[in-house]
Design a protein around this ligand. Structure first.
Ligand code: PHE
Length: 340
């Protein structure tokens, strides 16, 4: 039996199973329940005790050798089948990493929030599907205001009234209904208007509303806040200009223009050769609006402003077509690097 073990050791050492099938033949021959090695263990039991000792050791060594070989070969074989059967050529260079980037409107919104947060403004949010009260009536829109007409506003239902908000000013009202002054918040969000789609208009766009209500808030606060914002957003040499305007919910009201930071005020295509670009509507909160939310206009005053995020983004990056923002063309979108 010792001789048989010796020659088996040589046989096992020389074995080179080259495929899964050959490995299985090897396993059946030496290791399976009816294989040679287990049967030698059966024979071992029949030997007299002194022989048992002498034969048991080499037999155990043979078993370990055969099992070790089996393990080694099955690992080798499974590695090579994995690589070839999945069709992956491990020698090829890797596919380039396609990391996404933030949408330019998101980048601008983040920057706007960052600037106003440093002035103590919080960020508030409100619904896009709104009722007449929050979108119009509480904001002092008269009953027959043209914005309420079907051609401007998307109505979902007239009664009970539900519409897609036409501006973020609805959040002003919702905020003042919930919280007492002092209030200082900006309210970014999506708004909807029934306009023909062109390079300058779309059926939806984004605004940021700003609201500051407290005792002794004056027009100078409005002006300085927007001046600071403009310099932070467009560069420290930026100037602002206020033009008288009208909004039902502010009195007095003003459009805010910034000096064109492309041509420095000399005149170019962006500013249509005027040296100024319009960025926001603004004004002192109308006393009727404060009354509608039970804030005493004798005690508190406030200012509000609203600007289009698309507008600011177009100026910031020199984009000339609004439609690019919603076409999801990766060639356009991947040009914007996050500025964290
Ligand atoms: N809600 C106005 C608009 O959509 C903008 C605005 C907001 C004007 C706040 C004044 C004060 O045109």
């Amino acid at each position: 039996m010792l001789d048989q073990i010796k020659s088996l050791v040589q046989e096992v050492q020389a074995a080179q199973p080259a495929s899964a099938e050959e490995l299985e033949v090897y396993r059946l021959k030496y290791l399976s329940r009816k294989g040679i090695i287990p049967s030698l263990f059966e024979d071992l039991k029949q030997l007299p005790p002194e022989k048992k000792k002498e034969t048991g050791k080499p037999l155990n060594e043979l078993k370990q050798l055969a099992e070790g070989k089996f393990k080694e070969w099955s690992e080798k074989l499974s590695q090579s089948t994995q690589a070839t059967s999945s069709g992956i050529d491990l020698t090829l260079p890797p596919v380039p990493d396609t990391l996404g980037s933030l949408h330019p409107l998101t980048l601008t919104r983040y920057r706007i929030i960052e600037i106003f947060e440093r002035l103590g403004f919080t960020v508030a949010d409100g619904p896009e599907i709104e009722d007449d009260w929050h979108n119009f009536s509480a904001l002092n829109f008269p009953e027959n205001h043209p914005a309420r007409e079907m051609q401007d506003t998307f109505f979902i239902d007239r009664n009970p009234d539900a519409l897609l908000r036409t501006h973020t000013s609805n959040v002003q009202i919702r905020l003042m209904e919930k919280q007492r002054p002092p209030l200082r918040a900006i309210m970014p969000g999506r708004v909807y208007r029934n306009e023909a789609i062109s390079a300058r208009a779309h059926c939806f766009f984004h605004q940021v509303e700003g609201l500051y209500v407290d005792r002794h808030v004056g027009f100078a606060d409005l002006k300085q806040t927007l001046y600071h914002f403009s310099k932070e957003m467009f560069g420290k040499d930026t100037k602002i200009r206020l033009r008288p305007s009208f909004f039902p919910f502010t009195e007095p009201s003003a459009e805010i223009d910034v000096s064109c930071f492309i041509c420095g005020g000399k005149g170019c295509n962006i500013c249509k050769h005027s040296g100024w670009v319009e960025i926001a509507g603004s004004g002192m909160v109308h006393p009727n609006v404060l009354r509608h939310v039970n804030i005493d206009p004798e005690e508190f005053t406030g200012f509000a402003f609203g600007m289009g995020i698309e507008r600011v983004t177009m100026l910031r990056y020199g984009i000339n077509d609004l439609r690019l923002f919603s076409e999801n063309d990766v060639r356009f979108l991947k040009q914007f690097k996050p500025v964290f």
